[in-house]
Design a protein around this ligand. Sequence first.
Ligand SMILES: [Zn+2]
Ligand SMILES: [Zn+2]
Length: 180
Amino acid sequence: MYEKIYVVPLDENSRPFAEWLGQTLSRKMGFRLQTGIVSRLPEEAFNAGSNQYYAVPILAKLELLKGAEDEIILAVTDEDLFIPNHNFVFGQANSVGRTAIVSLLRLKPEYYGLPEDEELTRSRLLASALHELGHLLGLKNCANDCVMRAIMNVNELDHRAEGFCPNCLLNLTLPTKVKI
Ligand SMILES: [Zn+2]
Ligand SMILES: [Zn+2]
């Protein structure tokens, strides 16, 4: 049972989004929102050549900040993320360390030259965060019409189901007071 969640902004731009996300996740999924962890993007994770951060060492650093094993840390950044063999990732999760990170950058319409739309950015952030949380709660990527479906771009994200499919719901280790 992973009831406690920290939603940690790693830069100033992501702070209001992280606050909104934390409140939304605690309301919708019954997580107990924790505060008190402050972190920043580690410089050693930065790749100057691509102007991106390597997600894996960020998650390793976050894991060290946890007080208890059952806690979940979900970090939010405005920087672009990558892992080996991928040009970029929207997010990344480490189900052993119970840490995850999501990037806002490619969720923002303005990244694609479109007008700012905070509501759209927020709903994409929630979708992205739910997918990574699904990994922390025992799920793998899913081929069904499901929030656990892997996506390659923001268009696919916008057309993906917002919730877990019946298969994933069965396998989900949910916190108490679930309302989804
Ligand atoms: Zn995934
Ligand atoms: Zn599924």
